[in-house]
Design a protein. Structure first.
Length: 104
């Protein structure tokens, strides 16, 4: 998971730097989005695993670790793979534009 976090941060920085200059990011933004959303999903699952059953307690409960943020994060994480273009669409962009593969 650490290598995914490093890759996501590097791609986000590269896409932001390209956007700030004259270069138009093409598939780089898709790579950043796929790595970032998959990382968020994995971190939500990992947070629940670490906290155990207490990680599933809703916000507002005095027993909720991190004020219930783990539960909200784990529930919201799958929606990040849909927002801003599904991960499948972004993977197709990476394959066609980045790797030069034919459309599926």
């Amino acid at each position: 998971m650490r290598s995914d976090a490093i890759a996501a941060a590097r791609m986000a920085a590269a896409a932001a730097a390209a956007d700030a200059g004259d270069f138009m990011p093409n598939y780089e933004a898709s790579i950043s989005k796929v790595f970032g959303t998959e990382l968020q999903r994995q971190m939500g699952i990992m947070g629940i695993r670490i906290a155990g059953i207490a990680g599933q307690v809703e916000p507002g409960s005095p027993y909720a670790p991190l004020r219930g943020r783990l539960e909200r994060w784990a529930l919201a994480a799958p929606s990040y793979t849909i927002a801003g273009g599904t991960s499948e669409v972004n993977r197709n962009i990476i394959a066609t534009r980045g790797l030069g593969l034919p459309r599926a």
